[in-house]
Design a protein. Structure first.
Length: 244
């Protein structure tokens, strides 16, 4: 059973389009046009064209592309801000907010035409954001699933709480978890394919694969193809095995 997956995008539409091109190239070589493309979340924040990424994914989904678009913590922070900028984000440190430079929310708002969000009072920024962000984008991001099981793999943005059945996992863990998951070396019953924790390159740990290769920080965007538990990194030169 073949699946494709793409790591954290963070507003880089050019990298996303290239990742889709790599998948199209692999489809041509395999003759498989049915395997889904699973996007692991974090479509917004930090990058230059967050609006473009959301529009591309929403339009593709609407026209019936075989895409699965999972929710990331940055996507949830964005829609939470639109709902109520004073509403606490359970996964975020209390001394931070979505518009803090470390989170990159201002870049998202700038892509929707709301400038200088970090330097102005929150009330007008929020009002402008609500006016500028299409309802279709907000609804699309809010309605994203948080996990997807296919074959021998579970796909999720951040990871899972080990030992908890998938149907009982908390959304905050699925989009935020690091401690308690990254250091757990047990087999979870399936290969966990995730992003969220930025690395220099996609890495296979045996029980999980992290494909967040730091597109948010100037790195590449990783696309992989998975067959059973076999993982290959897709490149311009073709498949490269990704092994523990």
């Amino acid at each position: 059973m073949r699946s494709y997956a793409i790591g954290d995008i963070h507003g880089h539409l050019d990298l996303l389009l290239h990742a889709h091109d790599l998948i199209a190239q692999d489809r041509r070589q395999t003759g498989d046009h049915d395997a889904p493309v699973i996007h692991l979340g974090d479509y917004v924040d930090r990058g230059p064209d967050c609006r473009g990424v959301v529009e591309h994914l929403a339009q593709g989904t609407a026209r019936g592309e075989n895409w699965i678009t999972l929710k990331g913590n940055h996507d949830r922070m964005f829609t939470r801000f639109l709902r109520d900028p004073a509403e606490a984000e359970p996964g975020l440190r209390a001394d931070l907010s979505w518009l803090h430079p470390r989170l990159g929310g201002a870049a998202t708002l700038a892509s929707y035409g709301v400038p200088n969000a970090m330097d102005r009072p929150i009330a007008p920024v929020h009002a402008e954001a609500v006016e500028a962000v299409p309802d279709s984008h907000r609804i699309f991001l809010e309605s994203r699933p948080t996990w997807h099981v296919r074959g021998d793999c579970v796909f999720v943005h951040a990871g899972i709480r080990p030992g908890i059945p998938m149907a009982e996992q908390a959304e905050t863990d699925l989009v935020w978890i690091r401690a308690g998951f990254l250091e757990d070396n047990r087999d979870h019953g399936f290969l966990v394919v995730h992003g969220h924790t930025a690395l220099d390159r996609a890495t296979h740990y045996g029980n999980r694969v992290n494909i967040d290769s730091s597109a948010a920080y100037g790195g590449p965007l990783t696309a992989v193809v998975i067959e059973g538990r076999s993982v290959h990194h897709l490149t311009d030169a073709g498949r490269i095995p990704l092994q523990p």
